[in-house]
Design a protein around this ligand. Structure first.
Ligand code: ACO
Length: 327
């Protein structure tokens, strides 16, 4: 399987650390030094489906395929205002497509988890051309009174068109139950038969523990993929990691003894956009011409659960038409 088109979309509203310090006991200095985040984009007048649609249209345009060429739409999403229909179902309607679709919740590792599923679908002939969309609004999971969580997140969407070809070489996906270190709980409708009162619980996170598990699991996944494919850290041209915290990325980089320029980041501008983060990064780098033909890329992502997903691929350059260069 290879990637033949990419797209991304971000909300218009840019929120700076200074804006947050206007209503939270925090500071630009704290957020920048602990996380690397300077601004994030948050949904205000647009909806998540607007972003998902925009990213999908850009990915389709750059792939040269049309909606009718797509035979599966896979959507990575943790939560949005609809439980049903799925975001994928809404999107096929907006795109004028008729094909199977489902939403997958792989937390922040969702996009790479979905790439692994798409690869299996393509290998078995179940699908030929897949539109993969990751659309997330984690800013709505956290309490905006909790300075330790809400400052971390941003909203965004990314999309990719996938087809048969030489690109992805190997995947590693994992799951380990650490359900108490990070969770967001929504209440369901009450029934006369279940007296347990359920309340929505905004994101609860043990930051330090999540940090530790993230670094350890990411290093383990990258090392496993390198070893399994007879590669050394130096053989990888770019490491594209989940954009959760600049310090997490830095710890992983130091373990791998690789230079900073091999770890492009955009968390400074967008915060943690959950499963969309690595897709937005790929789209931006590709449109800036920084992903060259034949480059070896290592993707590595992690998220609540705890789940992780990593992938090794050889990049095939994508041509964007005039005016489409910058995301
Ligand atoms: N502004 C100012 N002070 C703050 C803020 C804030 N926004 N948030 C917390 N603090 C305070 C705390 O109250 C604490 O104060 P105290 O010492 O008086 O008790 C102090 O700062 C230190 O808090 P820590 O939690 O120990 O700070 P830490 O250095 O661990 O940084 C952080 C916290 C940024 C959350 C870090 O632990 C982290 O990034 N963890 C990983 C989080 C993550 O990546 N989550 C998502 C991963 S999976 C996914 O993407 C869905």
């Amino acid at each position: 399987m290879k990637i033949i088109g990419t797209g991304s979309a971000l909300p218009e509203k840019e929120v700076t650390n200074a804006m947050l310090a206007g209503f939270l006991e925090t500071s630009d200095e704290w957020i920048t030094t602990r996380t690397g985040i300077r601004t994030r984009r948050l949904l205000s007048h647009e909806t998540l489906r607007d972003l998902a649609l925009k990213a999908s249209l850009k990915a389709l345009a750059s792939s040269g395929l049309h909606p009718e060429d797509i035979d599966y739409l896979i959507c990575s999403n943790v939560a949005n205002s609809y439980v049903s229909p799925s975001l994928g179902s809404i999107l096929i309607g907006k795109l004028g497509m008729q094909c199977p679709t489902f939403d997958m919740n792989g937390a922040c590792a969702g996009l790479v988890y979905c790439l692994d599923i798409a690869d299996a679908f393509i290998k078995t002939g179940k699908a030929h051309n897949i539109l993969l969309v990751a659309a997330e609004q984690p800013s709505r999971f956290a309490s905006w009174h909790d300075r330790s969580t809400c400052v971390l997140f941003g909203d965004g969407a990314a999309a990719m068109v996938l087809t048969e070809g030489e690109g992805f070489r190997d995947f590693r996906v994992t799951g380990e139950a650490h359900t108490d270190v990070m969770y967001y709980k929504r209440s369901l409708e009450p029934t006369p038969f279940d007296r347990v009162e359920e309340k929505t619980m905004p994101l609860v996170m043990e930051g330090r523990e999540v940090f530790r598990i993230a670094v350890e699991s990411c290093i383990r996944d990258v090392d496993t993929l390198l070893e399994r494919n007879g590669l050394k850290g130096d053989d990888i041209d770019l490491y594209l990691l989940h954009q959760a915290n600049l310090r997490i990325i830095s710890c992983i980089r130091q373990h791998l003894e690789q230079p900073e320029e091999k770890f492009p980041t955009n968390i400074q501008k967008y915060g943690n956009t959950s499963s969309a983060s690595v897709g937005i990064l790929i789209d931006e780098l590709s449109r800036e011409g920084r992903l060259k033909d034949g480059m070896k890329l290592m993707l590595s992502t992690f998220g609540g659960g705890f789940v992780t997903a990593a992938a090794l691929l050889d990049w095939s350059a994508i041509k964007y038409s005039d005016g489409e260069g910058q995301a």
